[in-house]
Ligand binder design. Structure first.
Ligand SMILES: *[C@@H]1O[C@H](CO)[C@@H](O)[C@H](O)[C@H]1NC(C)=O
Ligand SMILES: *[C@@H]1O[C@H](CO)[C@@H](O)[C@H](O)[C@H]1NC(C)=O
Ligand SMILES: *[C@@H]1O[C@H](CO)[C@@H](O)[C@H](O)[C@H]1NC(C)=O
Length: 364
């Protein structure tokens, strides 16, 4: 055997190996590339420090597994003869007359400034500054039960309750969550197996499956909506009265979806290194008919939004009568927090074959 033959055979083997390697890499890259990944952007961020009041619109916010920092850490309850009633926009449309603005003060104490601007009172406003992390040691314990999921909380000092009572014209109390959290009652999430999907990434082997916990937010840490679907709702209203997205109470508005209602099928949306797991639809009630200007049920087309959506948006088998708008999302990530910014890319990395089914007992 001559030397040349040996070299030729060697070259052939090396060439074949290289070719195989290239094919293998190509197959690998095809397999790891998420199929039909769709790139969207965060276009709006909203935080609601006091549940059911108007939101603070932010350009960035610290996202955590319990929702955005400061989101729904306070709520209001009406004082009634036999106790207290949870307040929310659907039954208390006057709550929309309170604007909020989060202020990071120089002394490191963040506050929310609440401005009451009652319709018909001209430009007259009245502002209260509420510390966002009050010292709970001196506060009176107060239990809250929301949607069957109770939590311990704290009653704020009298000056705050008095200010709100004066504005509303009836007795209310302002309640702070402190470090407490509520359990979610989604029947598919209280099961250990599914809950562990969302559980905190185990630290040093302590893999205790955790059901996700929430604040005074109704059912999930995040509500995500698509601006393409907001546009669809606007197309059903008078041109000079487009839909106000804040009536849907979103935390995150994503823009860039090609089709309205594409979000019905989103399973997972990645933002930075965090996955927002979209477990359920948000089903809607009469709160979307409230006129935020007047603080009363809307007259004209703005008071008909629920009905207009009931026509074709009752698409969740678990909530037959309620139209769906937006997705409830849970946190899955190696990090416990990450700053989300307007303009951040959001990639739909997982689509569900079928629509999800609402299953929080007692709602829908
Ligand atoms: C918020 O309230 C604080 C304390 O009352 C006040 O110093 C500050 O100017 C307020 N900020 C705005 C924007 O109203
Ligand atoms: C777990 O989640 C999957 C997908 O959402 C669902 O099909 C299944 O029924 C859930 N399991 C339980 C025990 O709820
Ligand atoms: C809005 O969505 C409905 C489906 O729910 C669709 O039939 C309609 O064409 C959409 N309208 C616009 C303007 O995209």
């Amino acid at each position: 055997m001559s030397d040349t033959l040996l070299t030729e055979r060697g070259l052939f083997v090396a060439g074949a190996a290289i070719a195989l390697f290239i094919v293998y890499q190509a197959v690998l890259s095809l397999k790891t590339r998420p199929t039909r990944a769709k790139s969207l952007r965060i276009s709006e961020i909203y935080v609601y420090p006091i549940k059911s009041l108007r939101p603070t619109k932010l350009t960035s916010a610290l996202a955590t597994r319990y929702g955005f920092e400061h989101d729904r850490v306070f709520m209001l309850l009406q004082v009634v003869p036999d106790g207290y009633k949870n307040m929310a926009v659907s039954k208390y449309p006057d709550m929309t007359q309170f604007l909020t603005s989060i202020e990071d003060r120089k002394d490191g104490q963040a506050v929310v400034n609440v401005t009451f601007r009652a319709f018909g009172s001209g430009q007259k406003t009245n502002t209260l500054s509420v510390p966002l992390a009050p010292e709970t040691g001196k506060l009176e314990p107060f239990n809250v039960d929301m949607h069957g999921s109770p939590t311990a909380a704290f009653k704020m000092p009298n000056e705050y309750n008095a200010w709100f009572s004066e504005c509303f014209g009836y007795q209310v109390v302002l309640v702070y969550l402190g470090n407490n959290k509520r359990e979610v009652l989604w029947t598919d999430l209280v099961q250990t197996k599914n809950a562990s999907l969302l559980a905190q990434v185990p630290v040093l082997g302590s893999a205790i499956p955790q059901t996700p916990k929430i604040t005074f937010a109704d059912c999930a840490p995040y509500l995500v909506v698509s601006s393409t679907s907001v546009d669809n709702v606007s197309s059903r209203l008078a041109p000079d009265e487009p839909m106000d997205v804040t009536k849907f109470r979103p935390n995150i508005v994503l823009s860039g979806a090609d089709e309205a209602w594409d979000e019905d099928y989103w399973g997972k949306v990645r933002i930075g290194s965090v996955d927002l797991i979209m477990k359920h639809n948000c089903v809607r009630c009469a709160s979307i008919n409230v006129d935020y200007e007047t603080g009363k049920p809307g007259t004209g087309e703005s008071g008909q939004v629920l009905k207009k959506l009931q026509k074709d948006r009752r698409i969740d088998k678990g909530a037959k009568w309620s139209p769906v708008f937006g997705r409830y999302a849970f946190w899955r990530g190696r990090n416990n927090e990450q700053v989300f910014r307007v303009g951040d890319e959001a990639v739909v990395t997982d689509r569900n074959k079928d629509r999800t089914v609402f299953n929080w007992p007692g709602i829908g």
